[in-house]
Write a protein that binds this ligand. Sequence first.
Ligand SMILES: [Zn+2]
Ligand SMILES: [Zn+2]
Length: 338
Amino acid sequence: MRGTVIHSPRDIRFETLDDPGILHPTDAVIRTAATCVCGSDLWPYRGLEPIGDPHPMGHEYVGFVEEVGSEVTSVKPGQFVVGSFATSDNTCANCRNGFQSNCLHREFMSTCQADYVRIPNAQGTLVATDEVPGEELWPGLLAVSDVMGTGWWAADAAEVEPGSTAVVVGDGAVGLCGVIAAKEMGAERIIAMSRHASRQELAREFGATDIVTERGEEGVARIKELTGGIGADSVLECVGTAEAMRQALHSARPGGNVGFVGVPHEVAIDGQELFFSHVGLRGGPAPVRRYLPDLIDRVLSGRIEPGKVFDLTLPLEQVAEGYKAMDERRAVKALLKP
Ligand SMILES: [Zn+2]
Ligand SMILES: [Zn+2]
């Protein structure tokens, strides 16, 4: 089969690789229907995360089941499936507590920008749709496998409630999906922080009521202005830089909550400041599996359209251009079709 391999910063190659097979009775192999490039793939691409030996890339996927191991009974060949970027058995104590992305048997997906993918823990990880959805729904379902699930977790962790005010820091695909989540959870006011016209437009379409273009302490001052001087009830931090985290913590009101889902890079938190702020903080890799059935339903019914975050669609073999376009911010998110 063909698949994506990163060799060094900005060196993404599309190569012939071994076909994946069933290695464990709990595995499945899927034929990729659609996959994509994630904002987090750009960290190694930009040389901001060590790469080590050349290795495959990709953790977001929807596909058709090809083959299942002997212990997999929940899905069968031919079915269309959606899964999380973090695999889970969905039975251990952490899974039962709703933190499937901290499953005791967790394996992170990392080979999805390819024609075929082996899915560990398939029984607990994959959710099949009742029938094969129309191709126009695949981008939305693909978004559910990570960015929509992660945006939902950001809003959930930030405890967005009906009638509340939510701020979304970050206008990448996760931030935009965070706007969708805040809207679905009933936030009355949703303030998106963005400097890019096309992203602002999509944020508004998804439910943002206000746009703040200022950053850093100026951005915080603007949020305070919009919230009666005290800050927002909920803040979704969807970037992962020190500046974004500082902005998020300073934008929340005393007693408010920050949900942080951007993978932190050089983020340090001042204990004294957090203590005196009365801000609640929770984050981590999204327990996407917890939300999958609900989010799949919302996409299939047309209630939400997170597939709109894909503003570039390429044949899988042009994956390197997908990385490049996202790196240069010519695209929010690139969808890849085998
Ligand atoms: Zn991702
Ligand atoms: Zn588990």
